[in-house]
Design a protein around this ligand. Structure first.
Ligand code: MG
Length: 347
């Protein structure tokens, strides 16, 4: 085994998990935060402030459906939103490779400005560094975001408690219980496929799904009964549901036929030998929800432009360990956490 950090260690899968647990968590002191670092959720919570950070590196910088700027804004808004909080502000830190054109820089910051304005989440602080040629690839952006607790989240939790015991104050990966259902907000595989089409030069009608999903989370909270939420980014749906299963210590059965995967995503994945369930998405949410509310939330999500293809994709159980994919004709396979990312540098 190599004694050096490899690309897979930053890919959001099993190897990154090891890197963080073996080195980072050991070195950082554990705080009294309500949701601390070692929870390894999408965001942390301290003094009722939700706080998250994300660095973005994507090649190429522009792709069908978005660019590194839209990605940097949406990525952090989404990590704050999936805790159930209302995102209220972002920071933006730029690391620029010497030689990047003003024209590209302007296009990227313009799209960041537009995304943050449309999302109504302002960028209120930032930092800029320029490094020598080849020190990084073109341009990297770090965004951090904060969010606050709302009445909507409290009301959602009250609704959960009408149906089952619930101790948490936030939508955590560890909140699932047998009997809960999983809802996916729409098609998977689009962001990764859009990137792949440029890298490998094949034709596709697929665009990245990159979008802030905080309003979609609000829509779900308005109906109530949500216990967990997570954006299936790096490592894709396979990673997200395995995180749910591990952290909640429950089994998950996914209904393979109910997972919305566009034909063109299937075609691209078949051609490249990639599992669409392992590809990153940038505008989707997986909700854990009490069974009694699943149909109502599904209906409501489908009326939202970002939730039109929402689907109930699985259920939580204590009958199995880990995650199993089932087809209606009776096929079954174990779905594991991806080791690394099948496509590096996509977010
Ligand atoms: Mg996330």
């Amino acid at each position: 085994m190599s004694d050096k950090i490899q690309a897979a260690h930053g890919a959001g899968g099993e190897k990154m998990d090891q890197l963080i647990k073996q080195y980072v968590l050991k070195s950082f002191y554990s705080s009294s935060a309500e949701i601390p670092l070692d929870t390894l959720d999408d965001a942390a919570v301290i003094e009722d402030i939700v706080f998250s950070t994300d660095s973005h590196t994507v090649h190429p910088l522009f792709f069908p459906g978005g660019d590194i700027g839209t990605l940097a804004v949406a990525g952090t808004i989404n990590d704050v939103a999936v805790l159930g909080a209302k995102p209220i502000a972002l920071s933006a830190a730029f690391i620029i490779e010497e030689g990047l054109s003003f024209e590209l820089f302007e296009r990227i910051v313009n799209s960041m400005g537009e995304s943050s304005r449309n999302a109504d989440v302002p960028i209120i602080t930032g930092d800029t560094k320029v490094v020598e040629r080849n020190a990084i690839q073109e341009f990297m952006i770090n965004t951090s975001g904060i969010g606050k607790r709302t009445k909507l989240l409290d009301e959602n939790i009250e609704e959960v408690k009408r149906y089952r015991d619930f101790k948490s104050r936030w939508l955590l990966d560890s909140n699932l219980k047998p009997g809960d259902k999983l809802i996916l907000s729409g098609n998977i595989g689009e962001h990764g496929t859009a990137l792949l089409s440029i890298r490998y030069g094949f034709e596709t009608n697929i665009k990245s799904d990159v979008a802030p999903i905080h309003r979609l989370v609000e829509t779900a909270l308005e109906e109530g009964g949500i216990v967990s939420a997570k954006d299936p980014t790096r490592g894709g749906l396979a990673n997200t549901v395995n995180e749910f299963s591990e952290k909640s210590n429950v089994g998950i059965i996914l209904y393979e036929d109910s997972i919305p995967i566009p034909t063109a995503v299937h075609a691209a994945c078949d051609m490249l030998g990639i599992d669409p369930l392992e590809i990153g998405n940038e505008g989707k949410v997986v909700f854990g929800i009490v069974n009694e509310k699943a149909e109502d939330v599904l209906k409501k999500l489908r009326r939202h432009p970002l939730g039109r293809n929402a689907s109930i994709i699985g259920e939580v159980t204590d009958k199995i360990n880990g995650v199993i994919l089932e087809t209606t004709v009776g096929g079954k396979r174990i779905l594991q956490k991806p080791i690394g990312d099948p496509i590096p540098r996509i977010c």
